[in-house]
Design a protein around this ligand. Structure first.
Ligand code: COA
Length: 211
């Protein structure tokens, strides 16, 4: 015999009264994520100066699809675009705040989301002075968890330029699997570049967490 309380008995009153959040609700109101050294939170226009401080660096922009910011206005325009994504409930990015300083030092989030396939792609960037300290690995783990548990995703992808292997290391360290090289896949800053495709399935992620 099963549990006599049935499904309803197992739910709290709050869960019964609160309709489940849709992906659009979640993208409109990204849940704040805490890691050991970072707070991942929605951005606001007040973050413009912090974004500009690292996004003006051509090395940070070299292997991403945006150009290094030339002025604070570029960072404000980026944030206006992010604010619209939040308003529209479409896939978007978190700001990464370094708890030790309170400064926003990078971004990480969803590039696209496919409800039919319960799939999404993640992307990220971090201030150069903080590279190689494990910070993006920490952030990506938290975003993968959010994607599987909050967005109920089945598959999460990420891509990096072949000539940017440190990004691939981040994906590997988070349990993502290399699925292949896509030749000439992306036109970046005037050149067609090869990219490496990585992905993790919900079942891979569950297996990694099993004791
Ligand atoms: C890619 C990026 C996000 C990595 O973030 P990070 O916080 O430095 O990443 P982590 O410290 O967690 O891991 C970096 C790993 O790359 C390794 N690495 C660094 N340079 C490398 C290289 N040339 N070749 C191979 N591995 C390299 C590091 O040793 C480390 O691996 P380890 O922990 O096994 O030693 C960061 O460099 C960045 O923001 N770059 C600019 C924007 C960008 O390229 N975004 C990704 C677009 S796909």
């Amino acid at each position: 015999m099963g549990d006599k309380r049935g499904l309803l008995g197992a739910l709290s009153l709050r869960e019964l009264l609160t309709p489940p959040r849709t992906p659009a609700d979640i993208f409109s109101n990204l849940p704040v994520l805490q890691t050991e050294r970072l707070t991942l939170r929605p951005m606001s226009m007040r973050d413009a100066a912090d974004i500009y401080a690292y996004s003006r660096d051509p090395e940070v922009a070299r292997h991403v699809l945006w150009d290094a910011h030339q002025s604070l206005n570029d960072s404000k325009a980026y944030l206006r675009y992010i604010m619209k994504q939040y308003r529209d409930g479409t896939p978007s990015s978190y700001g990464m705040v370094l708890n030790a300083t309170g400064r926003l030092v990078g971004t990480i989030g969803f590039m696209w989301y496919s409800p039919e396939n319960r799939a999404a792609e993640v992307g990220y960037s971090l201030a150069r002075s903080l590279w190689n300290n494990g910070l993006m690995t920490e952030a990506l783990r938290a975003v993968l968890e959010m994607g599987f548990l909050e967005l109920d995703l089945h598959r999460i992808e990420a891509q990096h330029e072949t000539v940017n292997p440190s990004s691939g290391r981040v994906m590997q360290k988070c349990g993502m699997k290399h699925e292949g090289r896509l030749r000439g896949r992306v036109l970046n800053k005037g050149r067609y570049v090869d990219v490496e495709l990585y992905a993790i399935l919900r079942e891979d992620w569950d297996r990694l967490r099993r004791p």
